[in-house]
Structures are given as C-alpha cells and as structure tokens.
Design a protein around this ligand. Structure first.
Ligand code: ATP
Ligand code: MG
Ligand code: MG
Length: 569
C-alpha cells in the first residue's frame, strides 16, 4: 500500500472526495513550451501526476501555448519526453491552443454580457492608467463602448484588420481594485505571429490568465495546482471561470464537441504551493536558455545544467528526483533547499541500485614484480555489497595494475592509510602488496612503482588477517579499458548565483572547475555498460555512461556525484 502523504493539498483532496464535493480528482501539468523543463518543474510534475494516481484520478499534460513568439515544437517534444522519463504518463495531451475557438466564443460571451471591452490604449497608456499598489487606476476612455461596437471591433481584430498592439480586449472588472490583476486586465492581444500548433489561423491570442482558467474548466480539472506567484491571480482566475461559466454553457464547447472531445466542463479550484528553490542553481527557463545561447554551457543537456535533460545526462535517476520531491514536501512556505539534499537523494538511490565497479582516474602503474610476466587470472567480485541478487562479475588481474596516483605518497601526511615506500596496503580483493621501489625518470617524476604481492593474503586466506591500514582499488593494466572520465561539479560556485545585489549576474558566478575531463582506465565490465547505466566506481563516486558519447570500445563516463559531500562547510 502506498504510504499516505499528509500535505495540505492532499488533505483538501481527501476532504473534497469524502465530503462529496468531487467524486474524482483531475489535475494537469501546464508548462509553456518556451524552453526545457528544469528541476523545479519536477516538483510540479510529481505533485500533479502523483496526486491523480494516488486518488485514482487523471492528470493531463497541457502545453500552455498562448505566446507564439517564444514557443517551439522542439520544446513540445522535449517536455513530453521529460515527463515520461520522470515516470509519469498523462490521461490526455492537450494544448491551450486546442481551445482557441472556445476561448474566442467565451470572449464574445463576455462582451455580450458587458464584461469585456475593446480598448485602443497603447501598452504604455495602459500602464499609466493602471495605477500602482498605493494609487487606484483610472478607467480607460474606451470602457463604455457599446456591446455592438465591442463585438464589431473584436470580430475585426480576429479578422486581422488591425495592427499588432493597436487594440486589446480587456475584462471590465474594477480599476480601483486593490489587486492590480483585477484592474481591467487584457484578455486578448493582436499578434500576427505564426503559432507552433495553429500556424497562421489566428492574428489574436488569448492572455495567459484567461486561457489558463478556461483551459482548466474545459478539461474538468478539479484541483488546479500552481506555484505561489499565482496567488494574486486567483481572483482573476475565479472571475474568468465564473463569468464564462462553461459548465452551464455547452454552446461554447461546440467547437470541441465537433472535434470529438467530450464535454467535461467544471468549476476548478486553484491551489498554490511554494516553488522548489535549490541553492547553487538557477531555475528559470529564461536564465537556463541564456546559458545555452551564450555558450556558457554545452547545450540544454549539458550535464551541469539544471534542466531535466541535463540532470539526466549527469546521471540523476527519475527515482532520485522523485525522492527529492518527497523529501522536500509540499507547503506554502517559501524556502531554499540545500544542494546537498539533491545530491543526497541521488546517493541514496544509487547506493541501493548502482552496481560497483573499479576505475582509476589518475593512473599510476604498480608492477607486482614477484608475479610471473604472464600472470593472468580472473577474480569474482560481488556486483553489490548489500544486494546479492545483483550477482557477481569477473575482474581480470595481472602482474601490472593501475592504481590511483593519489593512493601513493612518498612522504605521507599524518594519518595516511594508503601506500608509501616500504609500506603495505590491501589491493581490493587481490591481497596485500608491499611497495619495494619507486621508479623515477631523470627529472624525478615517478614513472611506476614496483612491489611484492603476498601470495598468502587473498581474502579468505589465513595471511589476509594481518592488520593493514588501507584498501585501495585497481585496474589490471593488461585488461583495463581506456576511458574518458568527465569529473563534473556544481555549475555555480556561490550559494545564491541569482543574487545581483552587487551588480553581478549568475554569469559571473560560474564555477571555473565545474568540468575536468581525464583519461583513466576502467575494468572491462564497466566498459560494457549501456549508455545511461549508473555505476559506483569504488572510492570515487557514482558515474553514468554518457547517454550520447559512451561506446563499449571507447567508454565515456560522467561523474554524477561524489561519495561524500565535499562542499560541506
Ligand atoms: P520558468 O520561470 O522557469 O519559465 P514557469 O513557471 O514560467 O517557469 P511554466 O512552464 O509556466 O514555467 O511552468 C509549468 C508549471 O510548473 C507551473 O504550474 C509552475 O507553477 C510549475 N513550476 C515552475 N517552476 C517551478 C518550481 N521552481 N517549483 C515548483 N513548480 C514550478
Ligand atoms: Mg509560466
Ligand atoms: Mg517563466
């Protein structure tokens, strides 16, 4: 049984169902297709879809495409891919633009009711008339046009007779309202721009608030969940829903019925929750797209990006992002989540699921001089220390092995537990080695180490029980597969890259060390990973085979996250 979550939205839904207000739950996730989804959207996606799933309801994916200049079919496709990748599927795929005919009829209804008028003020004049937080607005001089004149002008707007920006259709609400959103907001604007879904069919487009409220009503949405910045828009949302009253106006839905869509119109309720904010990130499609456009990152799916595509390529799993959202919870409290919570969710997911492998990122050769030149054997290693069901793999072992340059020190610092000249260390799964000789070139640079493997010290043998301080990982030099290993780190070096108090922008806070690419060696079983397979490279961190560049004969791994938080202060 699914454990019952207790946040305030689920409490509302339970009450609405048990009290008979609704007999089913319908939600929607409504992104505007003007960019790629980011990790903030993951919160909304998980909430919208999980809520419907938990209560046996339905969730639509609705592309809120009312702003044709910025929208693109590329984004429409990517949004669908990302939602599915996160593990969700929609009841129906809809576009706000599917409803343009209905919205147009709804606007005519508002005009006929005296609830909307065509206004000839310019954008700048509209701003002047709007007033401020402390000052009421003033009525437009066009506010008292007759219904006939308004209908005629609106139809001519629709027919394409007027220039962009020359007129708007505005709701007639209240220019003295304390809430500025209610001061006769625009419902339609003239914009002769082709639309990604409707092409050249419309020279006018509905405004977001109008289209969004009516889109919810058309789809029979019961609980319309959105982020807190829409709280001030709720009175307008309700005004649109109530004045148009689709639930009792089947004639407005005729264009949809003609397309074979059922009439599900209802009165939806908007409920706001706090956005997901995470430090060390920027979370806005506009800023993320600027990073791409300015070449500061390598595309939308750069593994350092906080887009879902970037996180995916970095090795974030859908389960880790769902876990993050669960841990953060749903409330109306604004907060900033520490980046370590995101990384912690990934570690917890991968600790349980990722097979273990050995890889060496900065190789130093160690020759086990007491083994015969042609020594070759295959050692069985468990794929996962806590999950026997993951089985075993064979790891080749031979006379020459790569170890991590960092695991050797000629002059060890205090507390050192790894290899030193004359000292011993355990080679993971292969026995105890003593370092006998440090071979250097003329310049004094270490070329390789030579040592002796104690043949009686294999795990399980008597001789393995000696007290040895450290265990290091290794890769057989004869069998290791050369690999490109991309050591990613946080994209920003400060907790609040968005803080432009000192006149700087997030661009000025890019972490110069957010990527370092090295050539290392991985054991053969790691090279065999499929693209997008996550692995733990022992002692190094969690890595993923790059979705695009990884090949079995030329492996490429991205570091998803280190084993421990190295940023903690
Ligand atoms: P952006 O500012 O990045 O463009 P947006 O809110 O304009 O984001 P939309 O496409 O309108 O993007 O968002 C779709 C849904 O996702 C909305 O319901 C919105 O409230 C929600 N959403 C966007 N950002 C976040 C976030 N950081 N946390 C939670 N939900 C979010
Ligand atoms: Mg938006
Ligand atoms: Mg936005």
């Amino acid at each position: 049984p699914v454990q019952e979550k207790q946040d305030f939205i689920r409490q509302i839904v339970r009450k609405d169902l048990s009290g008979g207000k609704h007999d089913t739950v319908r939600t929607r996730f409504p992104p505007e297709p003007n960019g790629y989804l980011h990790i903030g959207h993951a919160k909304a996606i998980c909430l919208d879809f999980s809520l419907a799933n938990e209560f046996g309801g339905r969730c639509n994916l609705r592309l809120d495409d009312t702003n044709p200049a910025k929208e693109d079919p590329e984004f429409v496709a990517a949004i669908q891919e990302d939602v599915r990748w996160l593990g969700f599927d929609w009841a129906e795929l809809r576009h706000a633009s599917d409803y343009f005919d209905v919205l147009y009829l709804a606007a005519e209804k508002l005009i006929a009711q005296g609830d909307a008028f065509v206004c000839d003020l310019s954008a700048e004049q509209v701003r002047e008339y709007r007033g401020t937080l402390t000052e009421p607005g003033r009525d437009s001089p066009y506010r008292e046009r007759s219904v006939e004149e308004n209908l005629d002008l609106f139809r001519r707007m629709r027919a394409g007779e007027f220039a962009d920006g020359s007129r708007t259709l505005r709701a007639k609400i209240d220019m003295t309202a304390g809430n500025i959103n209610l001061r006769d907001p625009a419902l339609y604007r003239i914009k002769k721009v082709p639309h990604q879904n409707t092409g050249d069919a419309w020279p006018i487009y509905p405004m977001y608030d109008f289209a969004h409220a009516l889109g919810d009503a058309i789809e029979g949405i019961t609980h319309s969940l959105c982020t807190l910045e829409f709280e001030d828009h709720r009175p307008l949302y309700d005004w649109c829903v109530d004045r148009v009253d689709l639930a009792h106006s089947p004639e407005l839905l005729a264009p949809l019925l003609a397309k074979g869509l059922p009439n599900e119109a209802s009165k939806p309720r908007q409920i706001e929750f706090s956005r997901l904010n995470i430090n060390y990130t920027v979370m806005s499609k506009r800023k993320l797209s600027a990073l791409v456009a300015e070449g500061l990152v390598d595309g939308w799916d750069d593994p350092r990006m906080y887009t879902l595509q970037g996180l995916r390529r970095r090795g974030y799993t859908p389960a880790s992002l769902r876990l993050l959202v669960d841990r953060v919870g749903i409330s109306k409290q604004n907060s900033v989540i520490d980046f370590s919570v995101l990384e912690g969710a990934l570690r917890d997911d991968l600790d349980a699921s990722a097979p273990r492998r050995m890889a060496v990122v900065e190789p130093l050769k160690l020759v086990l001089a007491n083994l015969p030149e042609d020594h070759a054997e295959s050692l069985a290693f468990a794929n996962h220390p806590k999950d026997a069901s993951q089985g075993e793999r064979q790891v080749p072992f031979s006379r020459e092995i790569w170890i991590e340059r960092d695991d050797f020190a000629e002059v060890p610092p205090p507390g050192w537990r790894r290899l030193v000249p004359g000292g011993e260390v355990r080679l993971r799964g292969a026995g105890i080695v003593r370092c006998d000789e440090v071979v250097k070139d003329e310049g004094g640079t270490i070329q390789e180490l030579r040592g002796t493997l104690d043949p009686e010290s294999r795990p399980g043998m008597e001789g393995a029980n000696r007290k040895i301080k450290g265990t290091i990982h290794w890769v057989s030099a004869a069998h290791g597969v050369p690999a490109e290993i991309r050591l990613y780190d946080r994209l920003f070096s400060v907790a609040d890259p968005d803080d432009d108090a000192d006149g700087k922008s997030y661009r000025d806070h890019l972490n110069p060390d957010s990527i370092r690419s090295v050539r290392g060696y991985v054991e053969p079983a790691a090279a065999q990973a499929a693209p997008e397979q996550s692995l733990q490279f022992e002692r190094l961190g969690y890595f993923v085979a790059d979705r695009h560049d990884h090949r079995n004969d030329a492996p490429v791994f991205n570091r998803s996250v280190t084993l421990r938080d190295t940023w903690a202060t």
